[in-house]
Design a protein around this ligand. Structure first.
Ligand code: KG4
Ligand code: ZN
Length: 365
C-alpha cells in the first residue's frame, strides 16, 4: 500500500527538487527518513527487528524480509508525517540497493519503485556503504574534504580516502572478519545477548581491559589492512582454559579485554591512514562507531594530535535511512543520479555504484 495522500491531491503543494525521502531495508532495520534542501534531517524513523531475531542469535533472512514487508508502509508514513510534509512535497526517493540480504533489499527497492512511479519523482539507488560514509556529514555538515573515512559495520572494516569531489579511494580493509562480526561472534562465545556489539560495550564498562591480554593485529605498522579472525580464536582458547566459575567471574574482564583489542587496532589503523595520506580530518562511521570505548579513545587521540573528527551521533552510526537520503541527495546534486533501471545488488562490494567516480577511483588504484 502506498502512503496516505493520493497523487495530485493537493495542487498547491510544490515538490522540492532536493527534499529526499530515504528508504533502508538491507538487513534487520526498516528505516525511512526525510532530508531537507540544506541537508538537515527532518525525520528519521527506524523500526528494529532485534526482537524477531534475538532468539536465533543472528539475523534470519526470511524473517527479516517478512518483517520489512509488514513494517515498511507504516515507517515511511511516519517519516513523512514527522517531517510535517505531504508526500507531494518530496522531490526524490533514495533507496538502498545493496549490499545486503536479497529478500530484505527487494522489499525496500520495490516499495521505493512503486512510490516514485506513483509520484512521478526520481528514484536514486544508493550503496549502503556510500550511505554510511555520508552519515559523517549528518552530524557535521561542514566536515572538510579531503578526509579519511573508516567504515566499521557488521560486514565491513574499510578505510577510504574521500577526495575533494567526493570520490573514494580504498586504502585498506579487513582480510577476514569485519569489526562488527568480531563483536557479534565474540559476544556469542561469551554467552551475551544479540546483537553482540552493544552487549560487549555495556558489559566491558564493568571490566578491566588489561586483566586478560588479547593479541592485536599490527603485523606491519604501515599496513592499512585489518584481521580479526586471530582475535576470535584467542578468545575461544582463553575460554577453553577457564571453567564455568572462572568465566562467570571474569566475564566483564573478558569483554573489556576483547573490546580493547578491537578498538585499539581500529584507532591505530585510522591514524596510520591519516599519516599515509597526509590528511588531518577523520570520519568514523558504521554500527561499530557507536561503541563507547572507541569513541573515548578516538576523542583522546584526535585531541592530542590536532585531528578533526567526524563521529556522527550513535543514531546515525547504526543502520538508518537519513544517511541513505543524504547520499541520494549528494548524488542528485552531483548528477551521479542514474537514469537507469534500479535493482537490488545483494553482493555489491566496497561502496561503488555504477556509474560513479567511486568505480573509476578503485579501478585505477
Ligand atoms: O552499520 P550496522 O548497523 O549494520 C551493518 O551495515 O552491518 O552495523 C551493525 C554492527 C553489528 O555488528 C553490531 O554488533 C555493531 O554494529 N554495533 C556495535 C555497537 N552497536 C552496534 N559494536 C560495538 N559497540 C556498539 N555499541
Ligand atoms: Zn550498515
Amino acid at each position: 500500500m502506498l502512503p496516505t495522500h493520493p497523487p495530485h491531491s493537493s495542487p498547491h503543494e510544490k515538490a522540492s527538487q532536493t527534499l529526499v525521502l530515504g528508504i533502508e531495508s538491507s538487513c534487520d532495520e526498516t528505516a525511512a527518513a526525510v532530508v531537507a534542501d540544506d541537508g538537515s534531517v527532518l525525520s528519521n524513523v527506524v523500526a528494529s527487528q532485534t526482537a524477531v531475531h534475538a532468539k536465533f542469535g543472528g539475523v534470519v533472512p526470511e524473517l527479516a524480509a517478512r518483517a520489512h514487508i509488514s513494517q515498511i508502509d507504516g515507517v515511511v508514513n511516519e517519516a513523512v508525517s514527522q517531517a510535517r510534509l505531504s508526500i507531494h512535497n518530496l522531490g526524490a526517493i533514495a533507496v538502498t540497493t545493496g549490499p545486503g540480504l536479497a529478500g530484505a533489499l527487494l522489499v525496500g527497492v520495490n516499495y521505493a519503485k512503486a512510490l516514485s512511479y506513483g509520484l512521478g519523482i526520481p528514484l536514486i539507488g544508493v550503496n549502503h556503504l556510500e550511505g554510511h560514509i555520508a552519515s559523517a556529514w549528518l552530524g557535521d555538515p561542514t566536515f572538510p574534504l579531503p578526509c579519511v573515512v573508516l567504515v566499521v559495520s557488521g560486514g565491513h572494516t574499510h578505510l577510504y580516502r574521500k577526495g575533494q569531489t567526493g570520490e573514494c579511494l580504498l586504502l585498506g580493509c579487513t582480510r577476514d572478519d569485519a569489526a562488527g562480526e568480531a563483536f557479534d561472534k565474540g559476544a556469542q562465545m561469551l554467552g551475551l545477548e544479540f546483537p553482540g556489539g552493544p552487549s560487549i560495550d555495556r558489559l566491558a564498562r564493568q571490566g578491566d581491559p588489561t586483566a586478560i591480554p588479547f593479541p592485536r593485529f599490527h603485523q606491519r605498522k604501515t599496513s592499512l589492512e585489518f584481521s580479526f579472525s586471530g582475535l576470535k580464536t584467542a578468545l575461544l582458547y582463553t575460554l577453553r582454559k577457564m571453567d564455568e566459575d572462572a568465566r562467570a567471574k571474569k566475564l566483564a574482564d573478558l569483554a573489556a579485554g576483547y573490546q580493547e583489542a578491537i578498538v585499539q587496532v581500529l584507532v591505530a589503523k585510522a591514524l596510520a591512514a591519516l599519516a599515509h595520506t597526509g590528511l588531518s580530518a577523520l570520519a568514523v562511521v558504521g554500527g561499530v562507531s557507536a561503541n563507547s570505548r572507541l569513541r573515548t579513545l578516538l576523542a583522546e587521540r584526535v585531541k592530542r594530535e590536532g585531528i578533526r573528527l567526524a563521529l556522527p551521533p550513535p543514531v546515525y552510526s547504526t543502520d538508518n535511512a537519513a544517511m541513505i537520503a543524504l547520499a541520494g541527495r549528494q548524488r542528485l546534486m552531483t548528477n551521479l543520479q542514474a537514469d537507469r533501471p534500479i535493482d537490488i545488488q545483494p553482493s555489491l562490494r566496497q561502496g561503488y555504484v555504477r556509474p560513479s567516480v567511486y568505480d573509476k577511483e578503485i579501478a585505477h588504484s
